[in-house]
Design a protein around this ligand. Structure first.
Ligand SMILES: Nc1ncnc2c1ncn2[C@@H]1O[C@H](COP(=O)(O)OP(=O)(O)OP(=O)(O)O)[C@@H](O)[C@H]1O
Length: 646
């Protein structure tokens, strides 16, 4: 068949798929309209309504876009003689065969994994090219009898970056696919240099897990944790584009927002509050509130009076303490065991007692008083506020755990809350009761989490699994992890396998040697990267007037397509913003917010200031230098930091 007629055939398949998708959308909309009336009760109606609305929204997301990006023709095996179009979602009118198969379906796996070495039954893999307007412009066949480099794949990887992050569903690489499709039951940790696709893998894994295990994840759901809101808006569109609109994407601070933090800790205070030893201090402070029996309990009940002796009360306390339940559960256990004792006495008198009696007695004044005395109710915020403002209470709880200087560092001078205080409140709340727990949590930039932050993640995923993404070389917090096994233990998943991604899709061969020089000075043990891109331009220039040189660099950058990021030490950002004319393609951002982001062209202003601004300045500079896709300008007036001076 000629190329033209093959293309015509492909366009006809596209038209047919679009027509079916339009009908699927109509049906879904109709169901949204009628679903509420059809469903029996209100709860079912609401759930059904939400499901249908989500489904309709998913379908409507891209009715005119590229409905498929690949095609598999099988020559052998279970799918012999079959052809499948692979796209972002199923397009099908059962009982007919699907016109497009979801990229997450089992059969699609071969699209990502088949190679000349292991063809998985595939005879030909076809990739499609699309115009920005959603027209099918061409295709490329990979016969799989020998290894070829796909032109469309290379073009996709080299494409200039504009706007927020996009999905990589058409070009997921075999090692990435293995992580995306890894089993839900097992946690995994991905160590990858900048631009190796950790974030992309994490997001596609979320979409995959929701497809493959929708029932199991229906209750807990999937949570994606990112380092800051700029990062979350950068990645925010990827999952909806993959049809997943219900994944929670948050920063850890947003997750712990019991109240607003209105002040910041000193470095010394933050170091103590983020240390794992604080968990011991808080637990001690909580349990220090338990009382001791001061006499027997007597409960009037009509003409009777039931009793529990002081010794029995002490025995119940000891027994529950030994069982070490969560604090709140311990309190309820004490109440119910006291009621059990009372019931036994009453039954010995021949009374027959039901649940209503137990409830009434459990709530009686006498029982309430004794439970409140022995196992008092605790408000986590109150407990933390007291601990941080009462030197004696702190000294009691921290005795032998924090030294005098550490205790002094965290004593409050104002009643205002810091972000780390809210973490402490969350820890106490977690000692009292379980927080809502997720089926799967994806933690990005996990190297930056403190032990106490890790604990906050761990208690939200006790029954679920984790995907931990990070790079030890990009750790910029004072408590950044220096190895994965201890970080994974803090996250509640010791022994999780650590897998390295090594192909770099962002940082080009022009920039990698510079980044690697800096990496060598960071004293971390991480695998080297292999740049996929051999294009890229690096320009380093010493200038007298940084602002004027930045304006000039941006003007030149604007002549090429793609996004432009100007990254400087936080203190220099306001000045640069003033010097530059606003342009939607240009973002001026502080070095402290650059993590996880990327721009087609990056202008780094005065690296020495970025290094000098914070204790882990060299790590911050490593993050900053690895944000550029196509071109990196480094402008400096002061001497370059020695580690990159060459
Ligand atoms: N298989 C792929 N095909 C095409 N592009 C890819 C692929 N994998 C990653 N990329 C692209 O490479 C860039 C870097 O990916 P990503 O941000 O996920 O890397 P990262 O490892 O999280 O980087 P960092 O550590 O710097 O945050 C993104 O633009 C992403 O879309």
């Amino acid at each position: 068949m000629s190329l033209d007629s093959q293309l015509a055939e492909e366009r006809a398949h596209l038209a047919a798929s679009r027509a079916v998708l339009a009908r699927m959308l109509d049906t879904a909309r109709l169901r949204v309209a009628t679903g509420a009336q059809v469903a029996g009760d209100r709860y079912t109606a609401e759930t059904l309504g939400r499901m249908l609305r989500t489904y309709a929204k998913e379908l409507a997301a891209e009715p005119d876009g590229p409905l498929f990006f690949g095609r598999l023709s099988f020559g052998e095996g279970e799918h012999r003689g079959q052809r499948y179009y692979i796209g972002r979602r199923h397009v099908a009118e059962p009982p007919e065969e699907p016109l497009v198969v979801d990229w997450r379906a089992p059969v699609s796996r071969a699209f990502y994994r088949a190679s000349a070495r292991d063809r998985l039954g595939v005879a030909v893999r076809r990739r499609y090219g699309w115009s920005v307007r959603g027209e099918l412009t061409g295709f490329e066949d990979e016969p799989l009898d020998h290894d070829t480099t796909s032109r469309l794949l290379t073009e996709e990887i080299l494409r200039p970056r504009v706007g927020p992050m996009r999905d990589i569903v058409a070009t997921i690489q075999p090692d990435q696919d293995e992580l995306v499709r890894a089993d839900l039951g097992a946690s995994l940790c991905v160590q990858g240099a900048p631009g190796t696709g950790k974030t992309a893998v994490g997001l596609h894994r979320a979409a995959y897990l929701l497809y493959a295990h929708r029932q199991r994840l229906a209750r807990g759901g999937v949570l994606v944790l990112g380092p800051n809101s700029a990062f979350l808006s950068y990645i925010g569109a990827v999952l909806p584009a993959l049809g997943e609109v219900d994944v929670e994407q948050r920063t850890l601070d947003q997750l712990l927002a019991y109240r607003r933090a209105s002040t910041m800790d000193t470095d010394a205070a933050a170091a103590v509050k983020h240390d794992a030893r604080m968990a011991t201090v808080l637990s001690r402070a909580l349990y220090a509130g338990l009382g001791e029996p001061t006499g027997p309990l007597a409960v009037p009940d009509g003409s009777f009076r039931w009793r529990v002796s002081e010794g029995v009360l002490a025995g119940l306390m000891a027994q529950i303490w030994h069982e070490s339940p969560l604090y709140g559960i311990g309190r309820e256990r004490l109440r119910s065991r006291i009621v059990d004792r009372l019931r036994r006495q009453a039954e010995l008198r021949g009374l027959e007692l039901g649940a209503a009696w137990a409830q009434r007695i459990g709530r009686s004044r006498a029982v309430r008083d004794v439970v409140d005395h022995l196992w008092p109710p605790v408000r986590p915020e109150r407990l933390v506020a007291t601990l941080l403002s009462d030197p004696a209470a702190l000294a009691d709880a921290a005795d032998g755990v924090l030294d005098a200087a550490e205790q002094a560092a965290i004593l409050r001078r104002t009643p205002r809350w810091t972000p780390a205080d809210l973490l402490l409140v969350d820890e106490v709340a977690g000692l009292i009761d379980h927080p809502p727990r997720y089926g799967h949590v994806i933690v990005d930039e996990a190297q930056d989490l403190s032990p106490m932050q890790c604990r906050a993640v761990a208690r939200r995923s006790t029954h679920g699994s984790l995907t931990v993404l990070g790079d030890l070389a990009q750790g910029t917090t004072a408590w950044a992890a220096t190895d994965w096994p201890s970080q994974l233990a803090h996250l509640g998943k010791p022994g999780t396998p650590v897998i390295a991604l090594t192909a770099g899709f962002r940082v080009s061969a022009a920039v990698v040697p510079l980044a690697n020089r800096l990496l060598a000075a960071l004293d971390v043990d991480v695998p080297a990267t292999r740049p996929v891109r051999d294009d890229g331009v690096l320009r380093i220039e010493r200038v007298d007037d940084l602002a004027a040189a930045t304006v000039e660099a941006v003007r030149t950058a604007l002549r090429q397509p793609g996004s432009i990021g100007v990254i400087a030490a936080d203190a220099a950002v306001a000045g640069l913003e003033k010097a530059l004319t606003p342009d939607p393609r240009v973002t001026v951002l502080p070095a402290s917010l650059a993590k996880g982001l990327e721009y087609d062209h990056v202008v780094v202003v005065e690296p020495a200031d970025i290094v000098a601004a914070e204790p882990r300045g060299p790590h911050r500079l490593y993050v900053v230098l690895t944000r550029a896709v196509s071109r990196l300008d480094i402008l400096h007036h002061r001497p370059l930091p020695r580690s990159i001076a060459g």
